[in-house]
Ligand binder design. Structure first.
Ligand code: CP3
Length: 333
């Protein structure tokens, strides 16, 4: 069994596997080298050769326990024919959402448009370097995708004032998102993804009263679907008001925590395996501080099934040497 499966499935507390959100990305010079000549991000995500190479770059440098597929949560709206652009120093910019066009998308066209993503999963997961390691497939949670598709860009601090106004559009879009996320998950699993992580980056924007409709119900539906495929699922409802209630209702195989929650509170009230937590900004400080902060998480979760990771993606300005040091700290703990 892989180290990550030992934690997720056997609830092993003697090992701390590690992988890092955004481990394949801009902090690596070898990524920037490829990115320099491939300015269209979506095209890069659909380039089977380059994206497979990028997914494996961090594993060539560091002793990580998993590869995460180099792709993006916004490949879903792209597959649904909504325009998606990534602008430098701005982030994602999506085109207008037209419900009548969205309703016309069928499974065959969707899968054809994203076929390269599934070929990348296959290519990455069959690489020798992943022997006894996991290939992590992923999706954006329905809520976070709804936010991008309607808001057409990152909401930064808050949603547009009239975000919830068109209930017909919201409800129909949510159900279309759920339908195609299942297809997207199944295709990744069929091609070798052995864990699925659900990123709900904007969970923190919702008021508590809106959590059942926009987060609990749709995420539970997907978690149950992933479990039916016999693949473990990790949820990351970033900055959600109540991680405990989320776990009680949604019951993923593991929960990734953000860096604003107190890990001691999580340990006290959450029984399922935990992942992540360390503030990515700690990697911008010095080795001594990194060791102190990483050890804090390892100490707190020493008798709890725990996968080491960060509380959000690794920052582009991170020195790869610090990532290497972090992996060593975790492996030598
Ligand atoms: O290494 C990995 O984690 C795998 C690849 C991955 C990317 N995006 C590549 C990427 C994953 C898992 C994601 C998830 C993702 N994408 C999320 C959820 C996690 C989170 O960060 O909250 C979200 C919200 C997105 C949407 C998205 N994609 C944004 C907001 C941005 C712009 C901001 C940024 O960090 O540049 C992207 C672009 C993106 N996705 C890059 C990468 C490597 C940067 C592309 C570049 O400019 O080179």
């Amino acid at each position: 069994m892989t180290p990550i499966n030992k934690v997720l499935l056997s609830k092993n507390t003697n090992i701390n596997p590690i992988w890092i959100m955004r481990q394949a990305g801009r902090y690596l010079p070898e990524f920037r080298e490829i990115r320099k000549n491939n300015t269209n991000f979506i095209k890069l995500c659909l380039n089977v050769n380059l994206s497979s190479q990028i997914s494996l770059q961090p594993l060539k440098r560091f002793n990580l326990d998993a590869a995460i597929i180099f792709s993006d949560i916004l490949m879903l709206p792209y597959g649904l024919n909504q325009k998606v652009d990534f602008k430098k120093n701005f982030g994602p910019k999506l085109g207008e959402l037209y419900l009548n066009q969205l309703e016309k998308v069928n499974e065959i066209d969707f899968v054809e448009k994203l076929q390269s993503v599934y070929s990348i999963v296959k290519k990455v997961s069959s690489n020798q370097i992943l022997k006894n390691k996991n290939t992590i497939g992923f999706i954006g949670a329905p809520w976070t995708l709804l936010v991008y598709m309607i808001n057409q860009q990152s909401p930064k601090q808050d949603l547009k004032k009239d975000f919830f106004k068109d209930t017909l559009l919201i409800n129909k879009t949510l159900s279309i998102i759920e339908k195609f996320l299942k297809i997207h998950i199944k295709k990744q699993v069929d091609n070798g993804a052995s864990v699925i992580q659900i990123f709900d980056s904007w969970a923190g924007l919702l008021k508590e009263k809106d959590l059942p409709k926009y987060i609990y119900a749709p995420t539970l539906n997907l978690v149950n679907y992933i479990k039916s495929l016999n693949v473990p699922v990790i949820c990351f409802p970033r900055e959600i008001k109540n991680y405990i209630e989320f776990c009680d209702i949604v019951k993923p195989d593991a929960i990734n925590i953000d860096y604003n929650v107190n890990p001691k509170d999580i340990l006290k009230d959450i029984k399922i395996p935990v992942q992540g937590g360390l503030d990515p900004k700690i990697l911008l400080t010095d080795k001594e501080n990194l060791k102190k902060e990483a050890t804090k998480y390892l100490d707190i979760f020493k008798d709890h099934p725990y996968i080491f990771n960060l509380g959000h993606g690794v920052l582009p300005e991170t020195d790869p040497e610090m990532v290497d040091y972090l992996v060593q700290i975790v492996k030598n703990y």
